[in-house]
Design a protein around this ligand. Sequence first.
Ligand SMILES: [Zn+2]
Length: 588
Amino acid sequence: MIDFVSRLKLIAQLAALIALLSFPAAKMDAQAQNTPASQPATPAAGAQTAPPAAAAPPAAAQRPRSTDDAAVLPDRAAMLRGAYGPFRANNDLLYYHLDVRVDPDDKSLKGKNTIRFRMLQDGTRIQLDLQEPLQVDKILMASTELKYQRDTGAVFIDFPQTLHTGQVYSIDFYYSGHPRTTGRFGGITFKTDPAGHTWINTACEGIGASLWWPNKDQWRDEVEEMDLSVEIPNNLTDVSNGKFVAKTDLGDGYTRWDWHIHYPINNYDVSLNIGDYVHFSDQLGDVPLDFYVLPADLDKAKVQFAQARGMIEAYQHYFGEYPFVKDGYKLVEAPYSGMEHQSAVTYGNLFQNGYLGRDWTEVGISPRFDFIIIHESGHEWFGNSITAADPADMWIHEGWTTYLESLYVEYRWGTADAIKYINGYKPKVRNLRPIVGERGVNAEPPADQYFKGVLMLNTLRSVLNNDPAWWKLLHDLYQHFKYQNILTEDIIAYFNQHTGLDLTPVFNQYLRHAQIPRLELLFGEAPGMVMYKWRADEENFAMPVRVGTPGHWQTIHPTTQWQSMQTLLSKDDFAVDTDHFYIDVNKQ
Ligand SMILES: [Zn+2]
């Protein structure tokens, strides 16, 4: 939690930011225009908190992560990145064409992003983002050079005439320079593979895609489709998102690789993977499967990546068709554990089952499958197709995708193993602060969003206590929200509407408070009787739970008020079904 003094500071900072964002463009014009950045780059929020691409790595799971104990106070760059201010809200993204040349020796980029957008209200200014030390070379609308002002990672662009509501506009944003490498996975890294060949990869969730290319760097708005043209030296291969279109020898030692993304895509999912890749392929129904690995790993990959078929079959069983059929599904070797880059999932899990060679949930089930293939690909449904509209709601990506891991287990090996797998996550939960944090400040929630997230969803299944209804709810929820950017409230409203239950206090207790509900049991007030109630932060918390003995469970409906029930069981024998309900129990 943020302490009170810090909260006051935060409020003051936010007030200053709102004042800045609301400042009339004319006033800003009086200030310096087209001023190159004169100050060294300020680290953005993502530089302080590790990108959450995969679940926390094994080492991090054993010690506190910086994001667990306290929310990091946002700095100016994080607030400009995180706020959906008026110069973002006045337009709707339609299309990007990122056309970039990558110089491996110089470790530099040069190119342009053509950005098409529709104005949602009249205006003369929009906000895009490009992080320092990358340079803005020029910004054009047709042949008119536009004025702009940089403020940490934000680039405020001013138009000489009013842009009108409903009209579509296109600008070309030229940029160049040496992107910085930062964050757990580097953002963008210029490495060499073990054979000594160039290996360049991007993974920029958290730190933001504006680390390496100019875009509207936030989570609420996505383009409808995108082209990606990547110019690289002739001897290398680029694997990016979407469908491969063509490669063209440019005659100057470089080849351009063109990819087309047919679907909405989050900025941080846009990915370059440039290296000495070899390719093999497969087909699953209508879904092309393409695999790209280093030559030395080809034989291992052909064995390990066969798991992709069963993964897609399992998730299609629960949620429906793979979301990006026209783009296909790819697995691409990368020099970090893994990341859910849309339709081009990056993989660095050692071609072994488990997670980096370990039994991830330590109950004997994780070694049956490749954690990175199963987890990162699950994000195609939750994270890429359904996307949180603010990083504060990122459990929609990570809690759900961790639940998808258990669905894969359930599909392959049955319910009992799935429940065992889910409960293996309990020791990783810390319950130090809520999963859903401050919105508008680009802050990553604590790792509980993964582990407590899956345990909460498993609890909700038990609350429904009707598996056919549960499977229908999951399927229909996905279908309802696919390709959309949503908030926690949207999920809760959907659950309430389609179950007929008021689950808001249950969701709120698990998502918006640090502590989980505690079932208070009081014995000995009278012979053969037990008193029970919930202790929870949510005033109206009420949730059924199963008590008694395994195999002979009885459902009770505790609230925050004492109730009583008859029991023949002693205090020691009276059990609570904590494998299916993630709760604390206090017997007195
Ligand atoms: Zn994930």
